[in-house]
Each structure stands twice: as C-alpha cells, then as structure tokens.
Design a protein around this ligand. Structure first.
Ligand SMILES: [Fe+2]
Length: 214
C-alpha cells in the first residue's frame, strides 16, 4: 500500500492558492451547493457509527454475501468491487467551482498541476458537521492514485481513517486546522486494497485530484 501525508509547510504555494478559495466557499449559502449526497437531518450518532471498526466488519460481511460487491448494481458496471456506496453525507461544490471559472483553471488549479501531472478533479466535497463517507475501497479505480487536499475549519474534529492492508490495523489520521494533503493509491488485491472512510464534526473541504494519464 502506498499512503503519504504532506503538511502545509511542505506545499506552501498550493496551500496559499487554495486558501484564496476557502473563505469565499465557506461563506456560500449551503443551498447553492449540490445536496445530492447531503441530508441535513442525519444525526451525529449515525455519522459516528458509519466509520467505526464494527461498521467495517459489517460492510465486509455484506460484500462477501454479494459476490464481493458493496453495491450489487456495481456488478453490471465494474470488474471489481466496492466503489463508494452512497453511504455518505456531504455537499458537492463542483458546480460552484465551474460557475466561477475555477474548473481546470485559476491559481489553485495551476499549483495542483505542478504536483499532479495533468491533474483532473476527482472529488469536490464539503463535509459539514455530521458529514461522513462510509467505508469503501475505490476498487473500480484500481491502479490509480489520488492527491486529496483536505481543509478543516477546526483542529482534530474531522479525520481520514483507513485500514492498513499490511497489518489490518485501523489508522485514524485526524485533520489539523488548515490543510493536510493526502496521497494514496487504490489496489484490488488483499495486499493493496485500501479500505477508507471520512468523518467530520466541523466544516471540512476536500479537493481530490488524479493524474491525467490514469
Ligand atoms: Fe475513497
């Protein structure tokens, strides 16, 4: 498995360019973002439960029952299992970026392109309080890598959690106030499969990018 984290200090130019977007985005009315994956009524208890070690055991059991697939419908579309299952609570700001001419252009995009060759967006998620994305592996994108730029409004109130394929240990990587940059690769074998999930009890912005050649 390949997973690495980078700090604001390691990527200062990218941090600065992304900071230019953050205050405007956080000031946006939530109603102006996509609510396709957002439910304002989702409770803190539900959110916390979906990212536990017990939830992972249950999801793996369900996968095993469904021929290895997290969503049975995926069998029609994917050769391998467990893209994210829709078990999530976030707002998308994809259209917000497009409306401002910041899709594949602008300073932040130029800076990310210096780090990720031919960068393409692969996630534009605003996790509010009670935000989460349940356990999944992204195996439908096996062989690809991602750089996620994660902003948190408060210290240690949101996290990226994963199960190390090397040891089966569950690792919780808490966000710091500001930016954490996370690089990881998706595999589809027991040695490379990366089960992961996201939790937030603050405002957490996630800008995901993949290399253009993938
Ligand atoms: Fe993912």
């Amino acid at each position: 498995m390949s997973y690495r984290e980078f700090s604001e200090e390691q990527l200062p130019q990218l941090t600065e360019s992304l900071n230019e977007l953050v205050s405007e985005l956080l000031a946006e009315k939530r109603e102006n973002l996509s609510w396709n994956s957002y439910g304002p009524a989702i409770t803190p208890e539900h959110c916390e439960q979906q990212v536990t070690a017990e939830a992972l055991v249950e999801i793996k059991r369900k996968c095993a029952q469904q021929g290895g697939f997290l969503d049975p419908l995926d069998q029609q579309s994917y050769p391998s299992r467990a893209r994210h299952s829709g078990d999530a609570n976030y707002m998308s700001f994809k259209q917000w970026l497009k409306n401002r001419g910041l899709w594949k252009q602008g300073r932040a995009y130029e800076e990310i392109s210096k780090v990720v060759v031919g960068a393409r967006h692969s996630g534009t998620y605003w996790y509010p309080e009670n935000g989460y994305m349940g356990w999944h592996t992204n195996e439908n994108h096996s062989g690809q890598s991602r750089l996620y730029c994660n902003y948190a409004a408060e210290d240690r109130k949101s996290f990226f959690r994963f199960q190390s394929p090397d040891s089966d240990e569950i690792v919780t990587s808490w966000d710091r106030k500001g930016w954490v940059f996370r690089y990881f690769e998706f595999g589809d074998t027991p040695e490379t499969r990366l089960w992961h999930c996201v939790y937030s009890s603050t405002d957490r912005l996630s800008f995901g990018f993949k290399a253009g050649s993938a």
